[in-house]
Design a protein around this ligand. Structure first.
Ligand code: FE2
Length: 285
C-alpha cells in the first residue's frame, strides 16, 4: 500500500457548477484528511442570477452542509469569481454556516497561525458580467469590454459602464486595502481569482499573458508564502506548468477542464515547496 501523501489544504478553482467536480473535490479532501478546503472562484454555472441562486440553494449549500457534518471535515474558505453574480453568491454567507468563509477583500486567520487573504476581482475582460471586474491601467489594449451588467438584489441586472469610474473601481485600490490589513510578520496565503501577469499561470496562448499587473505588484511587495489563482483555465496546459515563482512567493493556477477529472492542488502549510502537488500533474518540479 502506498503511503498517504501528506496534505492539509486542498485548493481548486473554476468548477463552474459542475456537480461531479465538487464531489470529486470532497472525495480528495476526505482521502487526504485535509483541514482546509479553498475554492478559488467561479463556483456557479454560467447562468443568470436566479439560476445561480438555485444552484447554491439546491446543490452547493446542501452538499457543504452534509460534508461539514462529517467528523474530521475541513473548513471551507472561498472567493467568488468573475463568472459568479455577486447577489446570488451572497446566499453562501447568508446561510450562516460557521465553517464556510468568504475571504474576498479580507485577511482571515488560516491554519497553524497563518493568514489567508482573498480577492474575487479580476481586470476587465471581453465579457459582460461586471460584478467582479475592476479597472486596471493599460487594459484598454486587451480588447476589454468597458460596459456590461451588474447584479442587483432581487435577481435582476442593471447596465454598468466603467467609463468615468476608473478611480472608484480600481483593482489597485483593492489590493492596497488588502495589503494594509495584513498583520505585521504574517505568514500569508492568498486566494486571488485572477493570476499575476507574466507567469506560467496567466497564458491564453504561448507567451500571451493576460494576468493582472496589480496582483503581480502586490505579490512582489508583500511576498506571500503561496498565492492561489484560477480564471485562465487553459494556462497550465499552455505553459506546461501549474506553478511559478515571483521572488520568494510560489504562485499556482491548477487550471480546469470541464468534463475532465478535477484539477486541484494539495499542500501542507508548513512546507509548501516540499509538498505542493497537482492532482493530475503531480509535483511542481
Ligand atoms: Fe472560470
Amino acid at each position: 500500500m502506498t503511503p498517504r501523501p501528506e496534505a492539509d489544504v486542498l485548493y481548486t478553482s473554476d468548477l463552474h457548477g459542475h456537480s461531479g467536480l465538487y464531489r470529486e473535490a470532497l472525495e480528495i479532501a476526505r482521502h487526504y484528511r485535509v483541514r482546509a478546503i479553498v475554492l478559488g472562484g467561479d463556483l456557479a454555472p454560467h447562468a443568470d442570477p436566479p439560476q445561480q441562486a438555485k444552484f447554491y440553494r439546491s446543490f452547493l449549500l446542501p452538499l457543504l452542509r452534509d460534508y461539514l457534518a462529517e467528523p474530521g471535515s475541513a473548513d471551507v474558505t472561498y472567493i467568488l469569481g468573475n463568472d459568479d453574480w455577486k447577489t446570488s453568491g451572497e446566499l453562501l454567507e447568508a446561510a450562516g454556516l460557521e465553517r464556510i468563509r468568504d475571504a474576498h477583500c479580507r485577511v482571515l486567520p488560516f491554519l497553524d497561525g497563518t493568514q489567508i487573504a482573498g480577492l474575487a476581482s479580476v481586470p476587465l475582460t471581453p465579457f459582460v458580467m461586471k460584478d467582479w471586474e475592476r479597472w486596471e491601467e493599460g487594459r484598454e489594449s486587451l480588447q476589454a469590454r468597458l460596459d456590461g451588467f451588474r447584479s442587483v438584489p432581487g435577481g435582476s441586472l442593471t447596465p454598468f459602464d466603467f467609463r468615468g469610474r476608473e478611480e472608484s473601481e480600481s483593482l489597485a485600490r483593492e489590493v492596497s486595502a488588502i495589503e494594509a490589513a495584513i498583520p505585521a510578520g504574517a505568514r500569508l496565503f492568498c486566494a486571488f481569482h485572477g493570476p499575476p501577469f507574466g507567469t506560467a499561470c496567466d497564458q491564453v496562448a504561448p507567451g500571451a499573458h493576460v494576468g493582472s499587473r496589480d496582483v503581480r505588484g502586490f505579490i512582489e511587495r508583500v511576498q506571500p508564502v503561496l498565492t492561489l489563482h484560477g480564471h485562465i483555465h487553459e494556462s497550465p496546459e499552455i505553459s506546461g506548468r501549474f506553478a511559478d515563482r515571483i521572488g520568494r512567493t510560489i504562485c499556482v493556477n491548477p487550471g480546469q477542464r470541464m468534463g475532465s477529472a478535477l484539477h486541484a492542488v494539495t499542500f501542507r502549510v508548513g512546507d509548501v515547496p516540499g509538498t505542493l502537488r497537482h492532482t493530475l500533474r503531480g509535483r511542481a518540479g
